[in-house]
Ligand binder design. Structure first.
Ligand SMILES: Cc1cc2nc3c(=O)[nH]c(=O)nc-3n(C[C@H](O)[C@H](O)[C@H](O)COP(=O)(O)OP(=O)(O)OC[C@H]3O[C@@H](n4cnc5c(N)ncnc54)[C@H](O)[C@@H]3O)c2cc1C
Length: 587
């Protein structure tokens, strides 16, 4: 039988070798084939297509950045719309009283009222990776079905990658650029000693997770209740979070046709022990004790698999190395699945890596300073993502505190981070140098301390539903959502028409307003007038004014530019001659 072309022993050197063909490795390869059609690329991945298609991965819910990346950069809009269930945002639920959790009616909830402007999807990871493997192969990427048994950094020369197939066959590859997408094998981080997993390196985050996938469940157990809130989208086809003391539980539908649902717990060691969640039976017992409605949901179907991770969070000190190597996906960082940020972080990393490889292959002089800026950004983003989870063990079970916290984090997500990605501002070194978007200065540290104060005092400051119009007041203070930023649509044609300075200015003003409203509810007028509050609000307003100036500068600089797809369309349309109406002959 002739050997498939891509297994020919003759070619062993590639422009890019990607170690690991999971989500990160596959989307990196697909992105490179789109951006650099001439580059030779190999992926080393031991799993067979059958093994890939079996569900053995976690990470199903995508949010706006990942979704925008998959549709706009990877061209997967048709595939996703035709294959994957939609994701109608995030719903949050807290038991009204801890002892009664039989139905979703026993919870205080925030329900997404309508579909998102940027369509998001739920992924069945096995099927997604199987299908993208096919697309990547079709695009000319070489698959080496083997494990990376060792590798050596090139230090100025090509990197060397030793591979061993299941049959024992060994093959040595060399690569001009090396991408570590081997997830929790931490291949590059272990060699370089850059892996950090201790809570003290992760803002105190000390969590663990267990989950099951269940087939043939009864969706009405969750779906029916959303209708009570007159939501125009299915509550079942959202990602639902169910909270308790020191833990939360997700429910995510994976495919519409077979009603497979993923149910998982994230718990914090400060409140729970991994020993109480290390088997399927214990997970069921946990659900029965804390969330009876989810126990009923899980019991309505047939369990496909159980998995647990005792230490999901980590970060590495280097992500885009000086010597043409890169760590992406779980090989680089992961915090917590709370906001489903894993695949969005991968979107930041993959687009950064592609741009550096492109600049280096093109011999651009500033390629390495770009790499350094992107390395700093991605490490900083990893820290921001982990910081978003700090003190969760204190806040999760308190509906009032946690709803205000989510509201605040939504302001930043929709106001700044989503626009930043949509406008591809993370690929603009000048912007990264000017704003330092991931620096400690932008991190709203003290908001978390206020929330802890609220929890400790045990007061109720109301429920800040991120989907309701009446939480913050005034025209500038509508709920944080994905159409609050101008030019979201136009940015599809020319990313930087999205004026990130305007978006940041608005985010800072909303944050300042959040601080005032929160203090008003927590401490009344003394809270608003206390020096700490005034100082914080002053800093935010001052920064937002600086952003207004930068926004105007950006408008002026962009005003004369007439070279986008939109302008091209306008020029072409100017030559359009409308047809004259044909005369009607009356019979
Ligand atoms: C509990 C939990 C829930 C999550 N939920 C979400 C979510 O809802 N949404 C979201 O966006 N993210 C979520 N994530 C994060 C998401 O799972 C990860 O970001 C994502 O899976 C990382 O993909 P990856 O390709 O880096 O790693 P992986 O998917 O683990 O892929 C690594 C690949 O490398 C291969 N490999 C390993 N060792 C070798 C070797 N020596 N040689 C060759 N190949 C090798 C493996 O076979 C595998 O295919 C969640 C994470 C956790 C822990």
């Amino acid at each position: 039988m002739p050997m498939p072309a891509n297994q020919s022993a003759a070619v062993n050197h590639f422009d890019v070798v990607i170690m690991g063909g999971g989500y990160a490795g596959l989307v990196q390869a697909l992105h490179l084939t789109r951006a650099l059609p001439g580059a030779s690329i190999a992926i080393v991945e031991p799993r067979t297509l059958e093994e890939i298609a079996a569900i053995d991965k976690i990470g199903e819910s995508t949010v706006e950045i990942a979704a925008n990346f998959m549709t706009r950069d990877l061209g997967l809009a048709n595939y996703l719309a035709g294959t994957c269930p939609p994701k109608y945002g995030l719903n949050f639920h807290w038991a009204k009283v801890a002892e009664k959790t039989e139905t979703a009616n026993d919870y205080f909830s925030s329900w997404v009222p309508q579909g998102p402007k940027i369509p998001c999807y739920q992924l069945h990871r096995g099927r997604f990776e199987r299908d993208v493997t096919g697309m990547v192969e079709e695009a000319g990427v070489t698959f080496v079905r083997a494990e990376v048994s060792d590798f050596t950094f090139g230090e100025g020369q090509a990197h060397t990658i030793e591979t061993t197939a299941a049959s024992g066959t060994q093959r040595t590859l060399t690569g001009g650029h090396l991408v570590d997408a081997c997830g929790r094998a931490f291949l590059t981080a272990r060699k370089r000693g850059t892996l950090r997993r201790k809570p003290e390196d992760l803002f105190g985050l000390d969590s663990f997770s267990s989950w099951i996938r269940v087939k043939g469940v009864d969706p009405s157990i969750i779906a029916a209740i959303a209708q009570n809130r007159r939501s125009s989208v299915s509550g079942y086809f959202a990602t639902n979070h169910w909270f308790g003391d020191g833990h939360w539980v997700w429910t995510i539908p994976l495919c519409g046709d077979e009603d497979i649902v993923s149910i998982g717990v994230v718990a914090h060691r400060q409140r729970h022990s991994p020993k109480d969640l290390n088997s399927e039976d214990k997970l069921f017992a946990f659900l029965a004790e804390h969330h009876e409605v989810l126990h009923t949901l899980a019991k309505s179907g047939e369990v496909e698999d159980f998995k647990a991770l005792v230490r999901p969070a980590h970060i590495t000190d280097e992500m885009l190395g000086e010597d043409n190597w890169y760590a992406i996906g779980d090989a680089a960082h992961f915090g917590d699945p709370f906001y489903s940020m894993g695949t969005s972080s991968i979107a930041f990393m993959v687009t950064s890596v592609t741009e550096v490889i492109r600049a280096k292959l093109a011999g651009e002089k500033n390629a390495d300073s770009k790499r350094a800026a992107f390395d700093e950004f991605n490490i900083g983003w990893g820290r921001v993502a982990i910081h978003t989870i700090r003190d969760h063990h204190l806040h999760l079970g308190n509906a009032s505190a946690m709803s205000w916290r989510i509201y605040f984090e939504y302001i930043w997500w929709f106001g700044f981070w989503v626009p930043l990605f949509i406008g591809r501002w993370h690929l603009d070194p000048a912007f990264l140098r000017l704003i330092k978007p991931t620096s400690q200065l932008l991190m709203p540290e003290e908001a978390y301390e206020d929330l802890t104060e609220l929890v400790e005092r045990g007061v109720n400051v109301g429920f800040a539903d991120p989907y309701r119009e009446d939480v913050l007041l005034g025209p500038d203070f509508c709920p944080p959502k994905d159409d609050t930023v101008d030019y979201l649509a136009e940015s599809a044609y020319e990313p930087q028409r999205l004026n990130i300075y305007r978006a940041l200015g608005m985010t800072l003003r909303k944050s300042a307003w959040w601080v005032l409203r929160f203090q008003w509810r927590l401490n009344g007028v003394t809270g608003v007038l206390r020096p700490r509050t005034l100082r914080r609000v002053g800093v935010m307003v001052g920064r937002s004014l600086a952003c207004t100036a930068l926004a105007l500068r950006h408008d002026l600089r962009s005003a004369g530019k007439k070279d986008t797809c939109l302008d091209e369309f306008d020029r072409e349309f100017a030559t359009y001659v409308p047809p004259r109406p044909s005369s009607v002959t009356e019979s």
